[in-house]
Design a protein around this ligand. Structure first.
Ligand SMILES: NC(=O)c1ccc[n+]([C@@H]2O[C@H](COP(=O)([O-])OP(=O)(O)OC[C@H]3O[C@@H](n4cnc5c(N)ncnc54)[C@H](OP(=O)(O)O)[C@@H]3O)[C@@H](O)[C@H]2O)c1
Length: 315
């Protein structure tokens, strides 16, 4: 498995399994198969409600000796209701307990848009109108709490997700530990060149969520074209005798972007791993570069009224 080096020389495997909306036995079977096939990077979040199942699968494999913890890269995220500094470590400790782990390899601020914490364990607090109840937390204070999580060895790396370049830069200006990862929506239709350029200047690895265009996401704007059905992508798939998904993933990987495709299907899990060690011609790569059109499948409408939501800045 190829990997990308993070700033402290930790290795982030270039293909990870996304687990958003994967739960229960379906998740356990898919993840166990994925590990068997060679996946060594798992992406989860406290808010996905699936860390316990992930913990069970990993613990079984560690116990029967078919996996070593040091070979595995696990990312989790602190949700919007836990961004107040005293809650950050609490959130990471909950994740660790669920995952049955001493540490995670990466913990991310899930989003810069905080939500109110009413102390009832509700991760998506809503008001009587059914709207999300947001709260403005000072992201620099949240980041200091992340630095403590790192210093206390609960996480080997710390980073952010769904942040704009300006938000990251605000942190970098004051941080003792610079974020080592930005996880953001990134795919052939949304190549995030500006954001990636900024992150490269700060030595921050950008990893791609929704690398296949999240065809099944309930949040996807149905007016947007399906990335997996793009004609250029389909043409290249025929030419290289690969699937459309493999073309999309290979393109990102060859741009040094770790990818986190989610699948619960064994054939597709296998396929999504077979995207390394081959390249497309420069002319064909150019065809994919030209598909960049700013289609963003995750707009997080619930957060639009938040003072840290900047619709016109890439995130
Ligand atoms: N940080 C954040 O805010 C954030 C937001 C969104 C996502 N994420 C992370 O990124 C991961 C990936 O994003 P995502 O799950 O939204 O979207 P995605 O990985 O782009 O797409 C997943 C969808 O594509 C299908 N699929 C997978 N492999 C395929 C293949 N080879 N051919 C055809 N279809 C295929 C899957 O169906 P099957 O399962 O049936 O194969 C599933 O419906 C998430 O699971 C999560 O871990 C993070």
């Amino acid at each position: 498995m190829g990997y990308i080096l993070l700033r402290n020389c930790a290795k982030m495997p270039i293909v990870g399994i996304g687990t958003y909306m994967l739960k229960g036995d379906v998740l356990k079977q898919a993840l166990d198969f994925a590990i068997f096939k060679g996946y060594r990077h798992i992406d989860t979040a406290l808010s996905y409600g699936n860390e316990s199942e992930i913990g069970e699968v990993v613990a079984d494999r560690l116990k029967n000796g078919t996996l070593r913890r040091k070979d595995l890269f696990v990312t989790t995220k602190v949700p919007p209701v836990y961004l107040a500094p005293p809650f950050v470590a609490q959130s990471v400790e909950m994740s660790l307990e669920n995952l049955k782990m001493q540490y995670v390899d990466m913990v991310l601020i899930h989003s810069p848009w905080g939500c109110i914490n009413r102390g009832d364990g509700q991760l998506r607090p809503i008001n009587q109108k059914g709207e999300r109840v947001m709260e403005h937390y000072d992201l620099l204070e949240t980041w200091k709490a992340f630095e403590s999580v790192y210093n206390n060895k609960l996480a080997k790396n710390i980073g952010v997700s769904n942040f704009t370049a300006n938000q990251i830069e605000r942190i970098c200006q004051k941080a003792i530990i610079i974020p080592s990862n930005l996880q953001t929506e990134c795919h052939v239709y949304l190549q995030q060149r500006r954001l990636r350029l900024y992150c490269a200047s700060r030595g921050i690895v950008v990893s791609a969520y929704a690398p296949l265009g999240a065809p099944a996401s309930p949040y996807r704007d149905k007016q947007h074209p399906l990335l997996l059905e793009d004609h250029v992508v389909e043409q290249l798939a025929r030419k290289y005798k690969k699937s459309a998904a493999q073309i999309l993933l290979n393109f990102l990987i060859n741009n040094n972007i770790p990818v986190l495709p989610k699948s619960q299907n064994q054939n597709r899990l296998r396929e999504n791993l077979d995207v390394i060690d081959w390249t497309m011609s420069p002319e064909d790569t150019k065809l994919l570069l030209d598909l960049d059109c700013g289609v963003k499948y995750f707009m997080f409408d619930w957060a639009k009224r938040h003072p840290e939501y900047f619709e016109n800045e890439p995130f």
